[in-house]
Design a protein around this ligand. Sequence first.
Ligand SMILES: Nc1ncnc2c1ncn2[C@@H]1O[C@H](COP(=O)(O)OP(=O)(O)OP(=O)(O)O)[C@@H](O)[C@H]1O
Length: 599
Amino acid sequence: MTAGILTRGVDVLSALRLAAQAAASANRRLAVGVGVLAVVGSALTVAVALVSQEIVDSATTGQAVLLAAGLFGAYAIATLCLEWLNTGLTTTLAEATDHWLESTLARCVLAPPGLDHVENSEYQNQVHVLLNQRGALGGTVNTVVGATTLAVRFVVAEVLLARISPVLLVFPLFIVPTIAISGRTQRLLSRSLTAVAERTRLATMFFQTASDPAAGRELRVYGLGPEVVRRHTDLLLEVDEEQWAARLKSSLLEGATWAFFAAGLVGAIFFAVHDGRAQHSPAELLLLFVLAAQIAGQTKTASFVVGSIGRQTDAFRRYRHVRDVADRYRGSSADAPAPDRLEHGIDLVDVELRYAGASEPALRGVSCHLPAGATVALVGPSGAGKSSLVKLLLGLYEPTAGSVNVDGVPLSAIDHGRWRERTAAAFQDFTRFELTLLESVGVGDLPRSTDEVAVAGALRRAEAGSLVQHWDDGLQTRLGRSHADGVEPSEGQWQKVAIARAMLRDAPLLTVLDEPTASLDAESEYDLFHAYRRSARDRAHRTGGITVLVSHRFVTVRDADLILVIDGGRVVESGTHDELVRLGGRYARLFETQAGEYR
Ligand SMILES: Nc1ncnc2c1ncn2[C@@H]1O[C@H](COP(=O)(O)OP(=O)(O)OP(=O)(O)O)[C@@H](O)[C@H]1O
């Protein structure tokens, strides 16, 4: 129990420290301004409290009524101005902090070189909840300022009450359960938020599907609109029901503590007023009721503040988790340079890859040699493990057993950034970067993203040079509907832009084309692969770079220097086309069947 309270205390403190760091990083001057205002606000509260009883006394005895009225007026104006300024500054700072945290979050998600964290649904749940809690993260600044001012006001009110009657010092005791329960109910709500995260994420996916133009076609063709809406609604109803139960429990708990507080407050006032040993002046009695009302209000605010701190601590805990995943990578000791040119090639030694939570490995016992300068084809049926092998070669995953060696050096020892600079890839589910044509290809080699000559060369190598003439604005054409004056490329045009991106680097050691042409017919895919092979030969000559072509069609990659047939997560055959045909095994049979289909 004590350990639990201590842990929560440490959590709250570290959340507050993170919030302060975030606010200072987002806008240091504004953060200082907000801090100064909080101090001034508190000082004003203390000042007015110190003179309040004297002012009330003067007013009730008829002395210095004008002075009293003047002081109250000045206090009211100063408080209003301060409140107005405070609201403006804290809101601006909260927004700046919120934006800073969002950028930091994006940096953290992108920091690890691998994909295992983003393909992990537990991690995705954390990020999803965190994104919905963005406001809470930024709002921590307001909470801290509010809590500080509140604490000062509360202490001042207590001191004044004690001067009227020491009995009133018991007030804080009645407040403790109210405050304590706020933290507890907050944890209850946070647990229910985590429990429903998977379902809210699914509901968001259904909503995005409903508004996605590509999905829109199938939704309409199959008349799936109502079904998508039904599933989306059902999920949200389930979420609401589960959260409603948590909210009801919280409200009942809070209601009980409020009843306790109200009874305590009334009891304490009753004893103070009927304390036979003391005679209270009308000013004291007036002050007593004013302060008691203030304390009731402050307690309400305090329980809200504690609830906010609970929400924010919860959000910061998730934020820390995401940051820790990024930091784990930053602590990586992989610092070997990537070779200037490949002399020997890439070796996979008894490699296994098992995805987190998967019962079976996607790859097992894979040992093969990809010679420097070669064009290597990976073929095999759907789900065979081709893309998984490519992810290992690109360093997007680390093998769960065995190793991938680049010219004899384990890939895991090579600095990730340096390996990235020497790799390029186009995937079947390529990204549509809605930029200019120049940039959309240029991001394939960021330092040359605006180099028109280099980009035009990459487009030519991707057999996509005609795209420049196709649109009036040439390389400056804006691609995609995000731009009011943008053009919408066809599927095939987007595909060629993605392939050109993979062709931009000058001296890649590894270029992967993982079925980016899958939507083409087999012969067109063959023609393209044939053309890419020619430009691959030129790069291979300069750097010993390897080009990996992935396809589930055996006929399109027959020219490759080496063909690896993958099935069930293993390399089941390997060799050149002629060797594999002579072998008369699986490749030979499937090649014959597929060639017959395309004849
Ligand atoms: N991120 C992942 N998490 C869990 N399992 C995965 C993941 N990615 C792939 N798999 C599983 O690993 C196996 C191999 O998948 P992979 O994508 O490598 O096959 P593939 O040969 O490229 O298939 P295709 O030709 O259909 O693209 C499949 O059983 C797949 O379900």
